[in-house]
Design a binder for this molecule. Structure first.
Ligand code: SAM
Length: 209
């Protein structure tokens, strides 16, 4: 996926350069005293700002390909005055460029684009080719927390996790039936839930050698 940049948005993003640049990311990835959680496809930032607020002792990075979404997320980060969040306009395809090997403790994939056509399956963020990228950057016992409204994508993803030899736990096809108190709803989660669509969830565990 190409980065969708618009010059006037880039200009506005300059106002958030203290936490929305590659350089800003380095200031928290190199902190050995804190865990690092990364959200892929952060959208407008509802999830990352809430989880970061609840967990000030953990560092968070949001990767999002749409600059307009990053701008919306950046405004929320500033409004909440969060010092443990960094954001970047970035395509997950290139994730190995910004993280060192085994640097990340946890990945969140919330309502990623389902790419329903079979010929686009490789673009799904849970495709086995992405899992191999994640394996490189995740710590040896790192995890992915995955949520989606799309049952087809969920079933496909479970197959991909199996192909990659990954353990999966806490699988549910209706997360809100018995919603854990620690669950943080994303923008899309609220939208789908309000429309009566059940939410699929699981945790994927890496056991990197
Ligand atoms: C369906 S939205 C979900 C947004 C948010 N995570 C939520 O749950 O409300 C998917 C988001 O992922 C972003 N996205 C899709 N492919 C991406 C990629 N390859 N790298 C980074 N972001 C991506 C889209 O721009 C979009 O904002």
């Amino acid at each position: 996926m190409r980065l969708r940049r618009k010059p006037h948005i880039d200009e506005k993003l300059q106002n958030f350069a203290d936490f929305v640049t590659r350089g800003a990311i380095l200031t928290i990835t190199k902190d050995p005293t804190r865990e690092l959680y990364v959200e892929l496809g952060t959208g407008k930032g509802d999830f990352i700002t809430q989880i970061a607020e609840r967990n000030p002792q953990i560092n968070f990075i949001g990767l999002e390909v749409e600059a307009t979404c990053v701008l919306a997320a950046a405004r929320k980060v500033r409004e909440k005055n969060l010092s443990n969040v960094r954001l970047i306009v970035f395509d997950v395809e290139n994730i190995a460029e910004i993280f060192s090997e085994h640097e990340v403790d946890r990945l969140y994939i919330n309502f990623c684009d389902p790419w329903p056509k079979k010929r686009h399956a490789k673009r799904r963020l849970t495709h086995a080719r992405f899992l191999e990228l994640y394996r490189k950057i995740l710590k040896r016992d790192g995890e992915i927390y995955f949520k989606t409204d799309n049952r087809g994508l969920f079933d496909f993803s479970l197959e991909q996790f199996a192909i990659a030899g990954l353990e999966v736990r806490d699988i549910t096809n209706d997360l809100h039936a018995n919603e854990p108190s620690e669950n943080i709803r994303t923008e899309y989660e609220n939208k789908f839930s309000a429309a009566g669509v059940p939410i699929n969830f699981c945790v994927v565990k890496f056991a990197n050698g």
